[in-house]
Each structure stands twice: as structure tokens, then as C-alpha cells.
Ligand binder design. Structure first.
Ligand code: NAD
Length: 314
């Protein structure tokens, strides 16, 4: 069996086009663009790339972007000041604290200070609770992107056995809540799960989010399963690279060209040979995350101002 690749780029593009229409409609109602604020502290290079991508996406869909970049040694009160500022700012509809924060800072504490109505990442405890109750207007961006891509390919969720490997608060747990709300039978596996391969092999729908390159192989995938690979792992030619060079795939080409490459949690050959559909890395779920952030921003902006954004909640 040769699995069908689920093209995150195309699905993300259609989400962004929709957001653009909605933000134009928002402008017609309010005379301003919806606004997204990002607070970053420190100089994590990956975070800098993510913030740049968010800014680019905002420009593309007509969302105003407010960026605050504080130094690594900034006093915690300065982060607090910015959170309060954006909580009060009527031009700001959504706010993100870019994670990770510098070592020693308690991200949960800051996340709790965000106005839950502006919590576009959906990480505030109130919104986490609402997600499990099925009353949240939005969901965290990566899990929301998983649902969107499943819907785009008309994958049946109801009644199917879903296994999610990884129980983080940003991916595994909210994905479990969303799949459960759509009537899947959900198992949440993690690093202490025994017989992980057996459990994964039960899955009609396997979501992997553990952060280990190519960890899930043929033994983990039921023939015909839908495999959603959330993992984004960088491998280098010097370390893990040689193991992947023999693979006849774009990963090996990238490794040869650049000395490094991105790879998911699922072994690409296993996904192609065993699954019916799978999301590639890169070009799968990763593409959806920023698109869903834009979607969440326009949704919360509409709710805040009592304008029907025209789309049902995720
Ligand atoms: P995390 O480190 O917070 O959580 C990892 C989870 O994996 C934990 O629950 C842990 O119990 C589980 N785990 C670790 N080793 C395991 C093993 N051997 N067997 C079973 N479970 C195991 O990670 P995270 O933030 O959820 O991210 C996971 C992966 O997803 C990373 O590669 C990350 O880069 C990627 N990610 C991608 C996106 C995206 O937009 N596509 C967004 C967020 C995270």
C-alpha cells in the first residue's frame, strides 16, 4: 500500500485565504484590522523564526501585528507590564507569550495573566477547562490544525480508535479533547506507556507528538491507519545523519545538501508503506499551526466585538 500524503501547505493556504476574507469583513465593521500581540523574552533562535513566520502570516491576511521583544535578563515585572498593556488595549484581540521563556521563568504563571478572551493559543486554564467541556470558542493551534487537515481529507473520526503518543499540554492533551469531542475512542500514550507498539497498532488514527526522529516504525502502524506526524526533529549529518542517508527520500537529499534536515516522529518509509494517509514532515501539520493561529485571532476578535466571524468554532 502506498499512503496518500496529506498536503498541509495547501490546507493551510485555504485557511489563510478564509481568514483574509474574515479580517476584511472585520475591518468593514470596525474600521480597524484585528490585532495580534506577541511577547517574546530572550534570544531563542527557533522562537525568533516562529515569531517572524507569525508576523509574515499576519501581514498576508490583514491582521495587525504587535511585537514586544524583551532581553533575556528582563525583570519579570516587565513581562507582566506588557501582558496588562495588551489586556487593556482595544486594538489587540489576541495575545501570545512566545515559549520557551528564559530559564527560571514560570510560563504558567504568565499564561494565567492573559485575558482568557484574548488567549489565542488557548493555553489559559479557563480555556483548557472549556476545551474539555466542549464549550471553548477556539482550540490550541496545532491540535486545531490536526482537526482541520483531517476534515480537509474527509477522514472519519467518529467511532474510530485514536491513539495519541505524547501528552503535552500544547499538543497531546488538547488533541485528545478534540478527538473525543468528535466521538473517537481515545488513548493517550506517553513515555511510561508499556507496550506502546501494540497500543499504537490498534489505532485507526495515530497522532505522534513525542519529539523523537523516526521513532514510530512499521510495528507501530496498523495497515491502512491515518498517521498524523506532529514531531519536528532536526537531525545533523554529523550525529544521527548517516542512519538516514541510505533512505531514498527528500530527507537524505536535504542531509547531503545542507548537512541537516527535519524529520518527524514517524519513520517516513513505514508511513508510506503502512498508512492510508499521512502528514509529511516538513509540509504537514507544521504548516497548519500558524494558519490556525490566524484563524483563532479572527475568531476571538469577532467574539470580543460581537461580530459573527462567519465560521463555526474549531
Ligand atoms: P513535549 O516534550 O512537551 O512532550 C513530549 C511527550 O512525548 C511527553 O508527553 C512524553 O511523555 C512523550 N514521550 C517522550 N518519549 C516518549 C517515548 N519514547 N514513548 C512514548 N512517549 C514519549 O513535546 P511537545 O511540545 O508536545 O512536542 C512534541 C513534538 O512535536 C516535538 O517534536 C515538537 O517539535 C513538535 N511540535 C510540532 C508542532 C507543529 O506545529 N507541528 C507544534 C508543537 C510541537
Amino acid at each position: 500500500m502506498n499512503a496518500q500524503v496529506m498536503d498541509g501547505k495547501t490546507v493551510a493556504q485555504s485557511v489563510l485565504e478564509r481568514v483574509k476574507i474574515l479580517s476584511e469583513r472585520f475591518w468593514e465593521h470596525t474600521g480597524r484590522q484585528p490585532g495580534l500581540a506577541v511577547i517574546m523574552a530572550g534570544d531563542d533562535p527557533a522562537s525568533a523564526v516562529y515569531v517572524r513566520n507569525k508576523k509574515k502570516a499576519c501581514r498576508r491576511v490583514g491582521i495587525a501585528f504587535f511585537e514586544v521583544h524583551l532581553p533575556r535578563d528582563a525583570d519579570e515585572s516587565r513581562i507582566m507590564e506588557q501582558i496588562h498593556r495588551f489586556n487593556m488595549d482595544d486594538d489587540c484581540d489576541g495575545m501570545i507569550i512566545q515559549l520557551p521563556l528564559p530559564e527560571g521563568m514560570d510560563a504558567d504563571y504568565f499564561l494565567e495573566q492573559i485575558d482568557p478572551g484574548k488567549d489565542v493559543d488557548g493555553f489559559h486554564p479557563l480555556n483548557t477547562g472549556k476545551l474539555w467541556l466542549g464549550t471553548a470558542p477556539i482550540a490550541p493551534c496545532t491540535p486545531a490544525g490536526i482537526i482541520k487537515i483531517l476534515e480537509a481529507y474527509n477522514i472519519q473520526i467518529e467511532g474510530r480508535e485514536a491513539v495519541i503518543a505524547g501528552r503535552s499540554a500544547i499538543v497531546g492533551k488538547p488533541t485528545a479533547a478534540l478527538l473525543l469531542a468528535r466521538h473517537a475512542t481515545v488513548t493517550l500514550a506517553h513515555s511510561r506507556t508499556t507496550r506502546l507498539d501494540e497500543i499504537c497498532r490498534r489505532a485507526d488514527l495515530l497522532v505522534t507528538a513525542v519529539g523523537r526522529p523516526g521513532f514510530f516504525g512499521a510495528d507501530h502502524i496498523k495497515p491502512g491507519a491515518v498517521v498524523i506526524d506532529v514531531g519536528i526533529n532536526r537531525i545533523d549529518l554529523d550525529s544521527a545523519g548517516p542512519k538516514w542517508l541510505a533512505l531514498d527520500s527528500p530527507i537524505a537529499d536535504k542531509l547531503r545538501e545542507n548537512g541537516h534536515a527535519l524529520i518527524g516522529d514517524v519513520h517516513p518509509r513505514a508511513a508510506i508503506e503502512r498508512a492510508s494517509y499521512f502528514t509529511p514532515v516538513p509540509g504537514g501539520v507544521g504548516r497548519m499551526t500558524v494558519a490556525m493561529l490566524m484563524h483563532n485571532t479572527i475568531t476571538l476578535a469577532g467574539i470580543r466585538l460581537g461580530i459573527d466571524p462567519g465560521d463555526s468554532p474549531v
